[in-house]
Design a protein around this ligand. Structure first.
Ligand code: NAP
Length: 357
């Protein structure tokens, strides 16, 4: 099979580097273009990129010339790891020029004709793509988006609970790693020996994006899931892996027999979905791993579970205020960014959306 030619926008950044790493040896996708800001364009990737991923920079990309983020890139599929300040119009220009765009940026996530996608959660939402093309007059290209990194892991854990028991209320407090702010991110003076109880715009994303993800596609529009979410987001002194303390109220609890803690654990642990059924190359065997130890998950020990593509849930117990509470850990630059976006593209490939016409 000829592999799909892939470009990475923001290839020199934290998420861009993760794309470069994860796409090495990918069975369906091959990196043929790397792009970043005009300050980096025109220089070899190996020279301009301050490589921060723990393995070596792959030799195949070292001599590739970094290009401008604009039509003309030698690829069909574009992964966008651009900052929200610039991503919106660049991604639209590329989609209008016929590129398939899979974005990590915030700009188009809530557009009414753009899928906000987690393949285990709402794979049917990709059907809006034909409407998006018609609406925008794009013959070939389109945009799909991945959620905010804290949202991906939260929604993956909420999905089986919603399906099994219903959900009405979610309270979440995040402890988010430094890499979530990109490179160089926060000054060490601000984050060492410290917790910062504010991440600009994050709480709004955590309170709104899950409603679209867990909502329904009806005709040409998304109906948000009827639940309330309250988020408090904190930046903490870890490098990778966001931890979240979550309490939930189950919607059907009053009408049905209360599920036991064991039933909640079983719903989480047994969850699999379309990516596992289709055996997509980046799909974790088990999207949710439940740990029984009283002090897990922990970022340092659990973030790389199944290559960073699974989320780890622990400390499932009754909540004296809502119904149940637990802790979730997810790898923010893998499942929460590049890996999640690659899985989105694999779903699109499996469903025939990346065919050359
Ligand atoms: P980052 O480390 O700051 O990297 C930003 C990248 O964008 C660099 O490659 C930079 O290129 C490029 N860039 C900056 N300004 C540009 C411009 N005007 N035109 C073209 N390229 C430009 O940021 P990041 O953490 O990788 O985040 C990238 C995106 O992913 C953001 O939208 C972020 O919200 C989202 N995201 C991040 C995470 C995470 O955990 N970090 C998780 C989920 C989503 P130069 O090197 O040339 O400046």
């Amino acid at each position: 099979m000829n592999r799909i030619r892939v470009g990475i926008l923001g290839a020199t950044g934290t998420v861009g580097q993760r794309f470069v790493q994860l796409l090495q040896g990918h069975p369906w996708f091959e990196i043929t273009a790397l792009a970043a800001s005009s300050a980096s364009a025109g220089r070899p990737y190996g020279e301009i990129c301050r490589w921060k991923v723990s393995a070596e920079m792959p030799p195949t990309v070292r001599d590739m010339m970094v290009e401008e983020c604009a039509p003309g890139l030698d690829c069909d599929l574009v992964f966008s790891a651009l900052p929200g300040e610039v991503a919106g119009p660049i991604e639209e220009d590329l989609a209008a020029a016929g590129y398939f765009v899979s974005s990590n940026a915030k700009n188009h996530r809530l557009d009414p004709d753009v899928p906000l996608l987690i393949p285990e959660v709402n794979p049917d939402h990709i059907q809006i793509i034909s409407h998006q093309r018609r609406q925008r007059g794009w013959e070939r290209g389109f945009i799909v988006t991945s959620p905010n990194c804290s949202v991906t892991q939260l929604v993956l854990a909420l999905k089986p609970l919603l399906d099994s028991f219903g959900l009405s209320t979610v309270m979440v407090t995040t402890m988010q790693a430094i890499s979530g702010a990109g490179y160089p991110g926060l000054p060490s003076w601000d984050i060492l020996d410290n917790v910062i109880p504010h991440i600009g715009g994050e709480e709004e994303k955590v309170e709104t994006e899950p409603l679209k993800l867990l909502g329904r596609l009806e005709g040409h529009g998304f109906q948000p899931a009827p639940m309330a979410i309250s988020a408090q987001c904190n930046r903490v002194n870890t490098v990778e892996g966001h931890l979240e303390a979550v309490s939930v109220r189950l919607a059907r609890k009053a009408e049905t027999t209360n599920p036991t803690v064991g039933a909640v654990v079983e719903a989480l642990r047994s969850f699999t979905a379309l990516p596992q059924e289709l055996d997509l190359p980046s799909a974790p065997r088990r999207p949710i791993v439940v740990r029984e130890e009283e002090d897990r998950p922990q970022p340092r020990y659990d973030r790389d579970e199944q290559g960073g593509m699974a989320v780890v849930v622990g400390r499932v117990r009754e909540c004296p205020v809502l119904d149940y509470k637990f802790v979730i850990l997810g790898h923010n630059t893998v499942r929460g960014a590049a890996g999640g976006s690659i899985l989105n593209a694999e779903l699109l490939m499996a469903k025939g959306y990346l065919r050359n016409q």
